[in-house]
Write a protein that binds this ligand. Structure first.
Ligand code: SF4
Length: 289
């Protein structure tokens, strides 16, 4: 099995077998994202994907218990093919405990409740949704091509089918101009959806991302490192999402947070305050996408 191009996965899938169902991202418009800009999107042939699974079984003597389906929005694959792949995964790797996937809100909304229930029954446990922001202005500015209302509807649809949601937000995505709106609207989005997991990333301008060109041209003003922490504080002060597991252990962050909402809000806010006061944050050279 040969991966095509760079392969990205959530931090929590570090030990998972990663299978590319698609190459690239069907959307590929987001101005902050350079992950798939050099890939032409396509859905891989089912036979090729199944061959990958047999290849892994042949050459890796141990069995994987977690499988992650990539690339950027693999949930776009038609449901009948996803069901075939899920069945094959559990057949070839009988110790599989969970299968997860990247998907956009629009991918979810294109599927019926019955299709999502079928996916759950065949072992799809969780969808990673990059919501990025709860502000429609910010989402428009970064050309995300989804609204907060669509993300809310998609999360509710997944929950109704018994599929867990892991959502990500990007601190600083509104720049200086929209920092406050981004924090408060994102808190509203999370409060309205109450995802099982929430990952906070911090904006890290990538060389291939159009937003980087805007920044270089002076059209987009980024926050200072402590501005990002203030924004995360504002988000935490406004969010109400009982039971959501929050992590900001991604290497793009200046401070790693870990806790359960709402129980650990005050502790995490105090952790951000301590970092702001002491100046002890992850050095810039260690931050990555
Ligand atoms: S952020 Fe997600 S949807 Fe947007 S271009 Fe990147 S992978 Fe595609």
């Amino acid at each position: 099995m040969i991966y095509e191009g760079d392969v990205y996965r959530p931090p929590s899938e570090a030990q998972s077998l990663i299978i590319q169902l698609t190459i690239g991202c069907a959307n590929n418009t987001c101005t902050f994202c350079g992950m798939y800009k050099c890939k032409q999107f396509r859905v891989r042939k089912l036979d090729e994907v199944i061959e990958d699974l047999y290849w892994v079984k042949r050459f890796y003597p141990y069995s994987f218990d977690r499988v992650f389906l990539a690339d950027g929005d693999a949930l776009i694959v038609k449901t009948s093919d996803l069901l075939t792949i899920l069945d094959k995964i559990y057949e070839i790797f009988p110790h599989t405990k969970r299968v997860t996937i990247y998907g956009t809100a629009k991918d979810v909304l294109r599927k019926s409740h019955e299709e999502l229930c079928q996916l759950r029954e065949h072992g799809l446990e969780m969808v990673y949704i990059g919501a990025e922001s709860g502000s429609d202005k910010v989402l428009r500015d970064v050309d995300k091509r989804v609204t907060a209302a669509e993300t809310i509807e998609a999360c509710h649809k997944l929950k109704a089918a018994g599929i867990k949601v892991s959502m990500t937000l990007i601190t600083g995505l509104g720049g200086r101009a929209d920092s406050r709106e981004h924090a408060i609207e994102s808190a509203k989005l999370v409060s309205a959806t109450k995802p099982e997991y929430l990952g906070l990333l911090t904006l890290n301008l990538e060389p291939d991302a159009p937003l980087t060109k805007d920044y270089m041209a002076g059209k987009f003003e980024i926050l200072s490192p402590f501005g990002y922490l203030e924004e995360q504080k504002l988000f935490l002060e406004n969010v109400d999402s009982e039971g959501t597991v929050l992590r900001s252990n991604h290497v793009s962050n200046y401070v790693s947070l870990s806790g359960i909402l709402n129980r650990d809000k005050e502790r995490m806010i105090a952790q951000l305050d301590a970092a702001i006061q002491s100046g002890r944050i992850r050095p810039e050279r260690y931050r990555r996408l």
